[in-house]
Ligand binder design. Structure first.
Ligand SMILES: *Cc1c(COP(=O)(O)O)cnc(C)c1O
Length: 391
């Protein structure tokens, strides 16, 4: 008997999304329209943010956040060594220099002591805070350090939708928050992103730069087609079809988050029989995770081969992922450009080699969470035995 495959992630699109898209396509307003506006309002409300600005992707949002602060050539920006490359790329897009900081071994989040050192040494003008797999970073300390250094805090919330710090939502914990709606994130618009901020000036600067640098939006043009351009801007907009999908997704978000938390609980309990495996906690002090996935980290001594565990689980039909396959400064582009060498970011390098992400998404059906846990435990035992035999 072959069991139904369980992918790592799966977008949950249904009749509501299809109907919303059909409505947009039946009309003539495909960008700059009421659906995008409604989506932005609903998102701002959920995040508890004064402004939510839709964008083409989280990467675009990160770029715009730095541009809005005037970050450019000659500037330095603190970036965690363990993140999606998008976080560092956004700094490069501005012509600025990423200053990489290693992460904590029990959360994968920015190490505040490292942030303090980097801010002192580099005079960085911004800190990119990545809530690794959805658990908020130590925001009180990081905000205090950044405040003292007059550096802007940008939150990369791509995996942190609805995560909280001391009851406040991710995306409102620094100056600007950036979310992703790529298909396997918490919710999708196919491609897309959202920028949140409580700062009116930053919001205006971001909105202007996402649309060519126009000095006025369509509805503020007294003569149609007449505008001026006062800054260099990009075309980083979201369209009405994407916004329609996003708005429909939001209606189901509470249920999605409940299922993620529940699947996390079940799989976590199943993994408790493996004391040598580190499972990152879903809560730490005031931080509460958004349960993007369940992160298991195999021992640093390499006694269990991560890739073998993933391959064995694949034989069971279970998809896993890796966050992320290499410490960003050791990716070829960054290594070639800045000369980083292996061993400089020991925690990030260990995570890159030994971490495995297990699915907890709403696509898991009855009994699937138990199956994921069982498959992982069995795969770890088998991989360990093979390795000890030198096989
Ligand atoms: C997915 C992801 C991004 C990129 O998001 P896009 O919307 O695809 O640009 C950035 N940062 C992190 C942490 C991510 O997981």
């Amino acid at each position: 008997m072959t069991l139904k495959p369980i992918p790592f992630g799966k977008p949950m699109l249904g009749d509501a999304e299809r109907a919303a898209v059909a409505d947009v396509l039946a009309g003539t307003t495909l960008v700059h329209g009421p659906v995008t506006h409604a989506f932005e309002q609903a998102f701002a409300e959920r995040a508890g943010a004064r402004h939510a600005i839709s964008v083409a992707s989280c990467t675009a949002g990160l770029h715009l956040a730095l541009l809005a602060r005037g970050i450019g050539p000659g500037d330095a920006v603190v970036v965690p060594a363990m993140t999606h490359v998008a976080t560092a790329h956004a700094v490069e897009f501005c012509g600025a220099r990423p200053v990489f900081v290693d992460v904590q071994p029990d959360t994968g989040n920015l190490d505040p002591d490292g942030v303090e050192r980097a801010l002192t040494e580099s005079k960085a003008r911004a800190v990119m805070v990545v809530h690794y797999l959805g658990l908020p970073c130590e925001m009180d300390r990081i905000n205090a350090l950044a405040g003292k250094a007059r550096a802007m805090v940008v939150e990369d919330c791509a995996l942190a939708l609805d995560a909280t710090w001391d009851g406040r939502k991710a995306g409102t914990l620094g100056a600007v928050g950036c979310f992703s709606f790529y298909p396997v994130k918490h919710m999708t618009t196919i491609e897309g992103g959202m920028v949140t901020t409580n700062d009116d000036a930053l919001a205006a600067a971001i909105a202007q730069r996402k649309a060519f640098g126009y000095d006025r939006t369509l509805d503020k043009r007294s003569k149609p087609g007449v505008y001026d351009v006062t800054v260099l801007g990009y075309n980083y907009r979201m369209n009405e079809v994407e916004a329609a999908v996003g708005l429909a997704q939001m209606a189901g978000l509470d249920e999605v988050q409940r299922r993620r938390a529940n699947n996390d609980r079940v799989i976590r309990a199943g993994l408790a029989v493996l004391p040598e495996v580190t499972v990152f906690a879903p809560e730490r002090g005031p931080a509460k995770s958004s349960h993007y996935c369940l992160n298991a980290v195999l021992p640093p001594d390499g006694s269990i081969d991560r890739d073998r565990v993933a391959a064995l689980m694949k034989e069971d039909g279970i998809g896993t992922s890796i966050h992320y396959p290499e410490a960003v400064p050791l990716m070829t582009y960054y290594r070639d450009k800045y000369g980083y060498t292996p061993g400089s970011f020991p925690v990030a390098e260990w995570l890159a080699r030994q971490t495995i992400s297990l699915p907890v998404g709403p696509h898991l059906e009855d009994g699937d969470a138990e199956r994921v846990a069982h498959s992982f435990v069995t795969a770890v035992a088998k991989a360990r035995t093979e390795q000890s035999k030198g096989g």
